[in-house]
Design a protein around this ligand. Structure first.
Ligand code: GLN
Length: 540
């Protein structure tokens, strides 16, 4: 029977609950268990797909095309287990389901209430489809005490009663702040947070205490007494220089063994952390460094490009170099003289994006990379803009643009109106809903043999994850090819452009998909590994 580990947070947000959950998953895996991770988000949005990256960070996309919270990206990177539509839920989705059921008459005229109807729906989500999984780790978004989180806490409390005690574990992540003026760490916020949790009926089994300074024995003792846990169940989680060091640090501090002990597994099987040691070793002992410019719009909030940042780090791991990312605000690249910063870069990357703001700056950066033979990697929007740049400056279609933000007569990038997946037909128009209506998830592409990209992948049939509304307008393909832009990856029916590249350039690749979503620290994505390798060869 599957065991359930519930991870809640207190004191403050942004303590790294997602990474703690992912690292615990990785540790259990390293002991030979199978794991699955789920995220329960208490906000009312139906999915994070339409939420601002400024507020919410990146939207992670799964193989099956679900737009999810960025924590699912951590889960996948740490455990290499692909998430699905069943692994992220929001209050919005729960309410949608409950109301749908009510309309259908499923509740037989009864009064529909938070308890039991909403909580039942949450419990159904948690326990659904966990066959053959040893551990299902469920992270509750937000912090204890948030009004919208209450039904979720109530649901896991109920599960704690309904399931045998050896099948559940409650982990609570808190902050133990260091007060410089007093020169000591403070345990009171943790005590209050656990008090709050206990007041809604949940006694944590294990506490994970984030702290910038070492917490000494007497403070651990204090936390244990006031929070009603054993001293061994108070796990220190001091800051680490790379998130990939967390599994090892947590293991050393007894996190996984304590979790297992609380579920009556007293003699867990041996742990093998070899692959994690290799990753951390490579990050901590680079043989060189490389400077990569990421030219984007949301550079104020790094979380907006979480998977991209990680994938670049993985590309560095593959080549034993440190990747220094230079975030460049595309709105500030107004003219060619402002582009000077790019001179010192070994590689230029334009990531995914939406809307008109900053577009011309990105196109200037692409133009600079093309003319100066600097490795260029265009991802989704970055690929579409590379096509526009080539159309304007190579094919001399001066007003080439995207119909996403222009009424040009030459939309080299246009709205995709119809396509098929798994024998299902999708139809879109400008009037379609905004949420969940993009080309989402994994789609196949066929690569041209002998192209740079097929050499990088080492095969010609690939599958990558998508998230976009617009496509390269196939009517311009032959003009663009004549002018030098090569279409080296297409959908199997040959209608949708997946990859473009330039021949007379050391490394110029644009991809319509998001390869960063499939990169793993111990299995870097070949495109990122190759891009970083090409950039190492450029003097900066
Ligand atoms: N805005 C573009 C589109 O919708 C690109 C999206 C993206 O980069 N993810 O097609």
């Amino acid at each position: 029977m599957t065991r359930y580990i519930f991870i809640t947070g207190g004191v403050a947000s942004s303590l790294g609950k997602g990474i703690a959950s992912a690292a615990l998953g990785a540790l259990l895996q390293s002991r030979g268990y199978s794991v699955k991770l789920r995220k329960l988000d208490p906000y009312l949005n139906v999915d994070p797909g339409t939420m601002s990256p400024y507020q919410h960070g990146e939207v992670f996309v799964t193989e099956d095309g679900t737009e999810t919270d960025l924590d699912l990206g951590h889960y996948e990177r740490f455990t290499d287990v692909n998430s699905s539509v069943q692994d992220n839920i929001t209050t919005g989705q729960i309410y949608n389901k409950v109301i749908e059921r009510e309309r259908r008459g499923d509740y037989l005229g009864g009064t529909v209430q938070i308890i039991p109807h909403v909580t039942d729906q949450i419990k159904e989500f948690i326990v659904n489809n966990n066959k053959n999984v040893d551990f299902c780790l469920c992270e509750i978004g937000g912090t204890v005490g948030d009004i919208e989180g209450l039904p979720f806490f109530e649901a896991i409390r109920q599960l704690g009663n309904e399931l045998p005690s050896s099948k559940t574990c409650f982990v609570h992540l808190t902050l133990v702040p260091y007060i410089a003026a007093a020169g000591e760490v403070k345990t009171k916020p943790t005590q209050h947070s656990v008090k709050e949790l206990r007041s809604i009926g949940i006694q944590p089994d294990v506490l994970v205490c984030r702290s910038e300074k070492e917490i000494d024995r007497s403070d651990i003792k204090k936390i244990a007494i006031f929070c009603n846990v054993s001293e061994n169940s108070v796990i220190q989680a001091t800051d680490v220089n790379t998130i990939y060091a967390t599994p090892k640090v947590y293991m050393k501090n007894g996190f996984d063994t304590q979790v297992l002990k609380s579920m009556n597994i007293k003699k867990p099987s041996k742990i093998n952390l070899r692959k994690w040691n290799k990753v951390v070793n490579s990050i901590n002992n680079p043989k060189g460094e490389v400077n990569i410019a990421v030219v984007g719009k949301y550079i104020g909030l790094k979380d907006a490009y979480k998977s991209l940042t990680e994938a670049l780090t993985h590309g560095g791991i593959a080549n034993d170099v440190r990747v220094n990312i230079h975030w460049i605000d595309s709105e500030k690249i107004k003219n060619k003289s402002n582009i000077r910063k790019l001179k010192f870069m070994s590689g230029i990357l334009v990531p995914g994006g939406f809307g008109e703001r900053g577009v011309e700056g990105k196109i200037l950066a692409i133009n600079y990379a093309r003319l100066n033979k600097i490795p260029y990697f265009g991802i989704c929007f970055g690929m579409q803009l590379a096509v526009i740049e080539a159309a304007r400056n190579l094919a001399k279609i001066k007003d080439a643009n995207s119909s996403e933000f222009s009424k040009t007569k030459n939309p080299v990038i246009g709205l995709m109106t119809e396509w098929e997946k798994d024998q299902q037909k999708f139809v879109r128009s400008n009037a379609s809903d905004y949420g969940g209506t993009m080309r989402l998830g994994s789609y196949p592409a066929t690569l041209k043999s002998r192209s740079l990209v097929s050499k990088i992948y080492k095969y010609t049939n690939i599958k990558e994850r998508h998230r976009h509304r617009y496509e390269v307008n196939i009517n311009y393909k032959s003009d663009l090819e004549k002018s030098g832009l090569k279409f080296t990856g297409m959908s199997p029916d040959g209608l949708l452009t997946e990859v473009v590249e330039l021949n007379d350039h050391p490394w110029f690749v644009g991809v319509q998909f998001h390869p960063e979503l499939k990169s793993r620290p111990f299995n870097p994505h070949p495109l990122f590994a190759s891009f970083i390798k090409a950039s190492i060869n450029v003097k900066s």
